[in-house]
Design a protein around this ligand. Structure first.
Ligand code: B12
Ligand code: SF4
Length: 445
């Protein structure tokens, strides 16, 4: 079959990121014997014209559309992307009246039924990982109900066969990186990512990852991960990337094996990733540093034992301080994310956050950084424990579909946070403006 894969825009107010999901998916489709073409709405001007041209030129039998983000988690930023996704799907439908449109991606999976209700152009949906499900669906398009992880329309109703059972993570075929413009994305520090594992064993209160990708950890063979990096260096001169794992250092042995393999092959790459503070070992941090790790990202989100427990972070205050100490000893840099006024916040917990920030800054100086937007309030996503908590605390109704953003940000603290968020929004927009001036390829109309 001729399959056209379309990446919808990720976000207007963030640097775009390479369509990794579609590159992995395209590898699996090619292995199943399909002819695969790509179109990326993320880069460049005149999207809808270019999209129309792509559909007309490819004459696809099936169109796969990826919706990665539904919208930004940050209040005051670009809030709704649903209409933009809708416009893309409408354009495709106008040019290809008869080709089935299949939609997937994490943003889609999170709101699959709601999006299918809002956007009639979607014929079929794939929940979660697509490498197995999409080729299987294409092999039997008339019988979607026979596969796990599929949504389809049936006499006006939307049916869903339920989440798929997690399968081992190993890409038997080469990801189709060449389907999209790797070099344009590589200009952004976090534009390119490679995935070394799937799943996260934790279930933090606000996070939907356990719903989307499940809690069973599935690691990819380290040699295969490094093969992919080598290919990116050879074919595109890649010099920096990030690991797209939820937590790179769980399990530690896997992270170490990847770093050792990178060193053994003499790869000179700068990289980052998300790390967990608990169990952080000095030897490993030194090894990752030697292998090119530039900065470790941490997201404890809160900084007091009471909140760490309530949020299910699997951390204690001492773990946070331990990580800072290891970074001090190893000369590594770190970037931290926190959220405020979320479940359980009190003046004591805020004071503990203030103390952590101050002490860490004193210890690490310029190597202690906060994510530009650290003053986040918590967005309530569906399928999270926070959704149930917010219903229980009267913040949302049980039937709220959460498609338009709702934040857990109760009074009286919320009114004090509002001016801070407005100032932050202005700083963020200025930064984005400067970024676009530096790299016009990332401008999107
Ligand atoms: C790494 C990561 C990042 C990195 C990305 C670095 C990079 N260059 O890629 C950084 C830190 C920059 C980042 C930023 C953001 N992220 Co992020 N990120 C992730 C994370 C942990 C992994 C994403 C990934 O690459 N996965 C690997 C690829 C292979 O998987 P995939 O894209 O999902 O594709 C698979 C399936 O979805 C499916 N699929 C995809 N498309 C299609 C299409 C079809 C037709 C089919 C059949 C299947 C299919 O098949 C693919 C292969 O299995 C996920 C959580 C997670 N576990 O996935 C969150 C996640 C994707 N991020 C999310 C969000 C919200 C953001 C931000 C908007 C945060 C913010 N500011 O609010 C920004 C947006 C950045 C942008 N410009 O788009 C959400 C998106 C869902 C949502 N809530 O809208 C996620 C799911 C986290 C969550 N649970 O909320 N992120
Ligand atoms: S550790 Fe990160 S990915 Fe895992 S559940 Fe918590 S917030 Fe989500």
């Amino acid at each position: 079959m001729r399959v056209l894969l379309v990446q919808t825009k990720t976000l207007l107010d963030e640097p775009p990121i390479f369509p990794l999901g579609l590159a992995y998916l395209a590898g699996a489709l090619r292995a199943a014997g399909h002819q695969v073409y790509g179109h990326d709405c993320n880069l460049g001007i005149g999207d809808s014209r270019a999209l129309r041209r792509a559909v007309v030129t490819v004459r696809p039998d099936v169109i796969g559309v990826s919706i990665r983000n539904i919208k930004n988690a940050r209040p005051g930023m670009h809030l709704s992307t649903v209409q933009e996704h809708q416009a893309v799907l409408r354009t495709i439908r106008e040019q290809a009246a008869n080709a089935p449109i299949v939609v997937g991606g994490s943003g889609f999976s999170l709101y699959a039924q709601e999006l299918m209700k809002e956007i009639p152009e979607i014929d079929l949906g794939v929940f979660g990982e697509g490498e197995q499900t999409f080729p299987a669906l294409l092999a039997d398009l008339d019988n979607p109900g026979s596969l796990e992880g599929v949504l389809w329309r049936d006499d006006g109703a939307i049916r869903f066969t339920g989440r798929s059972t997690p399968v081992p993570f190993g890409l038997s075929e080469r990801p189709a990186w060449g389907l999209f413009d790797v070099r344009a994305y590589a200009r952004e520090p976090m534009g390119i990512a490679v995935q070394a594992k799937r799943g996260c064993a934790l279930d933090c209160i606000h996070c939907s990852n356990h719903y989307l990708f499940q809690r069973t950890l599935r690691v990819r063979e380290p040699g295969q991960v490094v093969d992919e990096l080598e290919q990116l260096v050879r074919d595109y001169g890649l010099s920096a990337f990030m690991f797209a794992d939820e937590i790179f250092n769980h399990p530690r042995s896997h992270a170490d094996a990847i770093a050792e393999e990178m060193l053994r092959r003499g790869l000179k790459l700068r990289w980052t990733g998300w790390f967990k503070e608990r169990g952080l070992a000095e030897e490993s941090v030194m090894l990752w540093r030697r292998a090119g790790c530039q900065a470790m990202f941490f997201s404890p989100d809160v900084a007091s034992d009471e909140l760490l427990d309530l949020w299910g972070k699997g951390l204690r205050e001492e773990d946070l301080y331990h990580a800072v100490e290891i970074l001090r000893r190893t000369g590594m840099s770190g970037e931290w994310n926190f959220m405020i006024n979320g479940p359980g916040e009190t003046s004591e917990s805020l004071a503990k956050l203030g103390r952590f920030l101050l002490r860490s800054k004193l210890k690490l100086g310029g190597r202690f950084r906060l994510n530009g937007c650290f003053v986040l309030v918590v967005r309530i996503y569906p399928h999270t424990r926070l959704q149930a908590y917010a219903v229980e605390h009267g913040v949302i109704e049980a039937d709220d579909d959460l498609l338009e953003p709702v934040y857990y940000n109760p009074a009286p603290m919320s009114s004090r946070i509002a001016p801070l968020l407005a100032a932050l929004g202005a700083v963020w927009r200025t930064r984005q403006f400067v970024r676009v001036l530096k790299n016009p390829a990332t401008y999107r109309d």
